[in-house]
Write a protein that binds this ligand. Structure first.
Ligand code: GLV
Ligand code: MN
Ligand code: MN
Length: 417
């Protein structure tokens, strides 16, 4: 069986997908903004389904808009082997994050079909809804619901910045029915694989073309609301102010200080949004909402950073006379890859003379949640300068092809088990 990846076609499809974007063109790369259920996201989904339909694969969506593209095996009652990723993109992102796993997964299936493989187990490609947290503040919406990690009623009540609920937004996008129907049983898949760009610098720095992910670090998200006392920027006297943004600045620095104090590169924390009310240059900020993203390979250490931040918040409340409320968005456990799938990948790399590195994924992925219902592993490919979530994100076609080839090879083995 000879697997041949159509590199020119895949490169062209990645470029076409990048055209479904809300972002203005930039000079330093390809800027992609594709927020879940935006017109561009919906157009991209329709285009993807057309590609899959042209191959004769079966297609269906679930109530949250996850798309399933299935190549039925000769023993269709057996749990399928699955792969996939996401096509939504954060504001001003690049064109490879997630898309390589979706279009690469599709090309892997097409290549296996061309090779003459007759899979015993069905092979399924999944495109997840809202891996990115942009719209509803929580990432991996589709895979959380598939794995039963997110309460369906809580999910439907979540609101975007315009106070539209997920229930309303998904219905308007054409996805209805109870979210409880999205959940899949633990034995639904025989195995799960995700191909993704590394989003970090290690593979490129070491000149290694393939990363085999052995675990995924544990993310958590919090929302802090700081309320003080604002007013006229000229007339409100300095001693009478309770500037919520000044308090927020101290909170942000507290997060940085305690994260650095762990002394390990495995703890990372980011305050990536800051909504200032009323947001006028001549008005003292009265309310600020911050979103904190904190991750660690060790969830206990992540929690100890949060405890130190809470201690600082208590002092801030007293010293600045502000109120600070903390809301937990998510606190997830890390995931481990299946030793069996990792071993298969290692054997394939060795047989094919491909250098590889076993590594931790510091970014989160839908695989974190698929690990709750299936044995998983991930394949990483290098990205230029380790850059991601930016328009200059880039993965070389040759590296992408190698990743897709390895993905196809392991899917073929698993589909015959
Ligand atoms: C996924 O996009 C992440 O933020 O890790
Ligand atoms: Mn991303
Ligand atoms: Mn991604």
């Amino acid at each position: 069986m000879k697997i041949q990846i159509d590199q020119a076609r895949l490169t062209g499809e990645l470029q076409t997908l990048a055209k479904f974007t809300d972002a203005e063109p930039v000079s330093d790369g390809t800027s992609v903004t594709r927020v879940v259920f935006s017109p561009d996201d919906l157009r991209a989904r329709a285009w993807l389904k057309k590609l899959a339909a042209a191959e004769g694969f079966e297609i269906h969506d679930d109530a949250v808009g996850n798309i399933f593209i299935r190549w039925t095996g000769t023993e269709p009652h057996l749990p399928a082997v699955a792969t996939g990723s996401h096509i939504d993109a954060i504001p001003h992102a690049g064109m490879y994050d997630g898309t390589v796993g979706v279009l690469g997964g599709l090309e892997a299936m097409r290549a296996l079909k061309r090779s003459g493989l007759r899979p015993r187990r069905s092979i399924e490609l999944v495109m997840f809804t809202s891996e990115e947290p942009t719209r509803f503040g929580i990432g991996c919406l589709g895979s959380r619901l598939i794995s039963g990690t997110l309460d369906p009623l809580r999910a439907d009540a979540m609101q975007d910045k315009d106070e539209a609920t997920l229930a309303a937004v998904r219905t308007a996008a054409g996805f209805s029915g109870p979210l409880s129907s999205v959940r899949l049983p633990a034995d639904h898949y025989h195995a799960w694989l995700e191909l993704h760009i590394e989003q970090g610098p290690l593979l490129e720095r070491e000149g290694t073309p393939i990363g085999i992910v052995t675990s995924i670090a544990a993310p958590a998200g919090y929302r802090f609301t700081i309320t003080g006392f604002g007013g006229h920027a000229g007339a409100l006297l300095m001693p009478d102010r309770k500037d919520a943004l000044c308090a927020a600045a101290e909170l942000i620095l507290s997060v940085e200080k305690h994260t650095l104090a762990t002394g390990t590169i495995d703890t990372v924390a980011t305050v990536g949004t800051c909504d200032v009310h009323p947001g006028a240059v001549n008005s003292v900020p009265s309310r600020v909402v911050l979103q904190l993203d904190i991750r660690d390979t060790d969830p206990a250490r992540r929690e100890s950073v949060m405890q130190s931040v809470r201690h600082d918040c208590e002092q801030l409340r007293q010293r600045r006379n502000v109120t600070i409320t903390e809301e937990l968005v998510n606190a997830d456990a890390p995931a481990q890859s299946s030793p069996h799938i990792v071993q298969l990948l290692e054997t394939l790399c060795t047989e094919q003379g491909i250098q590889y590195k076993k590594m931790v994924s510091r970014a989160y992925h839908d695989s974190l949640f698929m690990a709750c219902i299936a044995p998983i592993a991930m394949i990483f490919i290098p990205c230029r300068n380790g850059v991601s979530h930016r328009p200059d994100e880039y993965a070389a076609p040759g590296d992408t092809t190698l990743g897709v080839h390895l993905l196809a090879s392991v899917l073929a083995k698993l589909a015959l088990e």
